[in-house]
Ligand binder design. Structure first.
Ligand code: FES
Length: 380
C-alpha cells in the first residue's frame, strides 16, 4: 500500500482488500495515527461486563416505560377543565395533566440520554488518535473511489468495534426505548390535531366565552362587588365620562345555580373593560363592528392579546389601556383598542353591547373573535 497515493488504487485492488486493510488505509490517507486503543472488556462475558450491560439496558427500559406512560397520560388523562368550587378532587386530577406529561416525557429523554452515554463509557473502546495538520485540499472533484471505500470501511469498523452487534439485550432494550420514545414524539406532534376546537358549541367551548347567548336569555354586564352571591348590574349612569369598570357576564338563570353564579366571574375569558369615553370622542371603528358600542360606552376584552395578562389600567390622559406585564398599550380613544406600544400585535376584541328596556347594559352577543393570545388565526 505504501507506494500508492489515494488515487492509485484500482477497483480490482480495492475489491481484494479486507475491511481492516481499507480502514487502516483510510487512516493512513488521512494522516491519522492510533496512539492508544484499549478494549474495555478484553475478556468477554465476565460478570462485570454483564452487570454493565444490564445497567445500560435498564436505562433503555426505563426510557421505553416512561414514553409509554407519557402516551397513556397524553391520550387518556382527564384534561378538560374542572372547577375547584364544584369538585376539588376532579380539579386536582385535571391539574396534574401538564405536570405528568412533562414528567414522563422528560424522564424518557433523560433515560435515553443516560443509556447512550453509559454505553459509550462502558463499551466503546478507548482510543487516542493523532492527525497531522494539513493546509487543506485544493479544488476538489468529489470523492475518489478509494475515499468512498475507505470511509465506508472506517464506519463499519467503528460499528463493529462498538460491540453492539453481539449485545442483544442492549439492542432489544434500546429498540424498545427509542421506539416508544419515537411513537410518543409522533403522538405529541399529531395529538393536537385530533381535536377540533371549532367542533364544539356552547360557552364552555374554546371558540366561545361566557358572553355567548344561551337559550335566548339576556346576558347582562355585572360588576364584581367582592361578594360572589351579590348580583349588581351596570347602568350607563353608573360610570362617569372618562371612567371605566370591569364587568362579567350574568344571566337570570344563574341565580338558581350557585356554582354558575360564582364561576361565571372566575373564568379566564370573561372579564371585560367597560369604558365611557369623554363626550365628543370619535375613535375609528373596526370594519363590521361600527355598531358594537353604545353611545360613548365601549367594551373590550380585558385579556391582553400578547400573553393573556389583564389589561387593567386605563389612562384617562392618553386614552390608553395598559397591560402591566410587558407594557403593551391599546389606544381606545383614537382607535378600536389597537396596540400602539409594546409586544402585543392584535387589537383587544370588542364586545357588542347595548342597553335594554329597563336601562341595564346587555351584551348583544359573544365576541366575534377569540380573546387573549392569538393562538389561532384572527383577522386583526
Ligand atoms: S401580556 Fe400584556 S403585554 Fe405581555
Amino acid at each position: 500500500m505504501s507506494e500508492h497515493n489515494n488515487q492509485d488504487y484500482t477497483e480490482a485492488e480495492l475489491a481484494e482488500m479486507s475491511r481492516d486493510e481499507k480502514a487502516r488505509l483510510g487512516l493512513a490517507l488521512d494522516d491519522v495515527e492510533l496512539v492508544e486503543y484499549r478494549d474495555n472488556w478484553p475478556v468477554k462475558g465476565t460478570r462485570a461486563e454483564r452487570r454493565a450491560e444490564r445497567m445500560v439496558a435498564g436505562w433503555f427500559v426505563l426510557a421505553g416505560l416512561s414514553a409509554l406512560a407519557f402516551i397513556a397520560v397524553f391520550l387518556f388523562w382527564p384534561w378538560e377543565y374542572q372547577d375547584p368550587l364544584a369538585d376539588e378532587r376532579a380539579h386536582f386530577i385535571y391539574s396534574m395533566y401538564n405536570p405528568l406529561i412533562g414528567f414522563f416525557l422528560g424522564l424518557s429523554i433523560l433515560a435515553v440520554g443516560i443509556g447512550v452515554v453509559l454505553y459509550q463509557k462502558k463499551f466503546i473502546p478507548h482510543e487516542v488518535a493523532v492527525q497531522q495538520r494539513h493546509d487543506g485540499h485544493g479544488p476538489t472533484e468529489g470523492s475518489s473511489e478509494v475515499d468512498k471505500q475507505t470511509t465506508a470501511a472506517l464506519l463499519a469498523d467503528a460499528g463493529s468495534r462498538s460491540g453492539i452487534a453481539r449485545r442483544s439485550m442492549i439492542k432489544r432494550t434500546a429498540g424498545f426505548g427509542a421506539g416508544a420514545f419515537g411513537i410518543g414524539a409522533g403522538v405529541f406532534a399529531l395529538g393536537g390535531m385530533v381535536r377540533n376546537p371549532w367542533a364544539e358549541e356552547g360557552p364552555e367551548s374554546l371558540l366561545h366565552t361566557g358572553w355567548m347567548r344561551v337559550n335566548g336569555e339576556k346576558t347582562y354586564l355585572r360588576r364584581d362587588t367582592g361578594n360572589p352571591h351579590d348580583v349588581s348590574l351596570v347602568r350607563p349612569e353608573d360610570i362617569d365620562a372618562g371612567g371605566f369598570e370591569t364587568v362579567f357576564p350574568f344571566r337570570e338563570s344563574m341565580r338558581e345555580d350557585e356554582h354558575e353564579l360564582i364561576s361565571s366571574m372566575r373564568k379566564g375569558d370573561a372579564p371585560v373593560m367597560l369604558i365611557r369615553l369623554r363626550p365628543g370622542s370619535a375613535p375609528i371603528k373596526r370594519e363590521g363592528q361600527e355598531n358594537f358600542h353604545y353611545g360613548d360606552f365601549y367594551a373590550y376584552s380585558k385579556i391582553c392579546t400578547h400573553l393573556g395578562c389583564p389589561t387593567s389600567l386605563f389612562e384617562q390622559q392618553t386614552g390608553r389601556l395598559l397591560c402591566p406585564c410587558h407594557q403593551s398599550q391599546f389606544d381606545v380613544v383614537n382607535t378600536y383598542a389597537k396596540p400602539v406600544f409594546g409586544p402585543a400585535t392584535r387589537a383587544l376584541p370588542q364586545l357588542p353591547i347595548t342597553v335594554d328596556e329597563d336601562g341595564y347594559f346587555v351584551a348583544r352577543g359573544d365576541f366575534v373573535e377569540p380573546v387573549g393570545p392569538a393562538y389561532w388565526e384572527r383577522n386583526s
